[in-house]
Every structure is written in structure tokens, then in C-alpha cells.
Design a protein around this ligand. Structure first.
Ligand code: CUA
Length: 169
């Protein structure tokens, strides 16, 4: 909800900046005081601005990313995760195969980066675990086996030791 508002406010402000730029651009062209070598630049600037807007709208439409990260499927299991310096506290370590599992994350001290890795060290998904916040991540485990949980946010001297395992069956 708050993200939606922030999103539309950002879009509005970006649009405002674009309109001001376009106005300056057009004004520069109509005053007739633009020196010859700069005429081409005004056109180039307009083309770049237009191109930038097209690229921005084409690439920003899938936002916010959270929709993709969490998916629409109803999770069959919820696991609560707390990041500590330097260990993961998980309410469960067994997950079902082929069905969405929801992780609800927070941290007890500093920011941690909760990341789940499958076979061949392929990352399945990741999200920040932050003190005072509750972040959600929904993952579907494709095959039975052991999955590793690593920390992707440098959180102190033993950051590298923040390893846990999940068993999918
Ligand atoms: Cu926790 Cu790095």
C-alpha cells in the first residue's frame, strides 16, 4: 500500500521532471538565439529524452518486483526466519517439493541477506532480513535434496559462517 503510493509519487515526479526538460528543450529551440552548432544537440537531446522515456516505461512496468518475488500461489507452509550475528534461526528446516513455501523474515541485530541455493550453487531466491521489519519470500523447491541458506549481506566478522540447510522432500 505504502509502496504503491511511493511508486505513483515517484512516477508523478519523474513525469514532472520530464515535462520541465521538454519545456526547456522546446523553449531553447523557439527563441532563435540558439547558435548553429547547438541546434543538433537540442534534437539529439530530445531524441535521447524520448528514447529514455520509452525504455523507462517499457522496463519499469513489471514493478514492483515484490509481486514476482512472492508470486500469487498460496503457500502450503510458512517458515519464520530470524537472522542473528551469526546464525540463522529457522522455525522449520523441512520443506515440501514442488509447492510454494513462504518465508517470513526479520533480524535480531543488523541487516542480513537471506539467500537459498540449490544444486550447482544456483540461487533459488533471496531477500533482506532486517531488524524491525517483516519481509516475505515465497519459493518453490524444484527437486528433493539439501538446499543451503547463506548470508548475502556483510554483517560482521563471522558473516561467512551464517550457513543453514533446508531439506526438501
Ligand atoms: Cu548475516 Cu552476513
Amino acid at each position: 500500500m505504502v509502496q504503491d503510493i511511493a511508486w505513483f509519487v515517484s512516477l508523478g515526479l519523474m513525469g514532472l521532471v520530464a515535462i520541465v526538460f521538454a519545456g526547456v528543450c522546446l523553449g531553447a529551440g523557439t527563441q532563435g538565439r540558439v547558435e548553429r552548432p547547438y541546434r543538433g544537440r537540442a534534437w539529439l537531446f530530445s531524441a535521447l529524452l524520448l528514447g529514455g522515456l520509452v525504455v523507462a516505461f517499457a522496463t519499469l512496468t513489471p514493478w514492483p518486483h515484490e509481486v514476482h518475488a512472492t508470486g500469487h500461489a498460496k503457500p502450503v507452509k510458512t517458515i519464520h526466519v530470524v537472522g542473528h550475528q551469526w546464525r540463522w534461526e529457522l522455525s522449520a528446516t523441512e520443506v515440501p517439493v514442488g509447492q510454494p513455501v513462504e518465508f517470513v523474515l526479520t533480524a535480531a541485530d543488523v541487516n542480513h541477506g537471506f539467500a537459498v541455493y540449490g544444486s550447482k550453487d544456483r540461487m533459488l531466491g533471496q531477500v533482506q532480513a532486517m531488524p524491525g521489519f517483516s519481509n516475505r519470500l515465497v519459493l518453490t523447491f524444484p527437486a528433493p535434496g539439501t538446499y543451503e541458506v547463506l548470508c548475502l549481506e556483510y554483517c560482521g566478522i563471522a558473516h561467512h559462517a551464517m550457513v543453514a540447510t533446508l531439506t526438501a522432500r
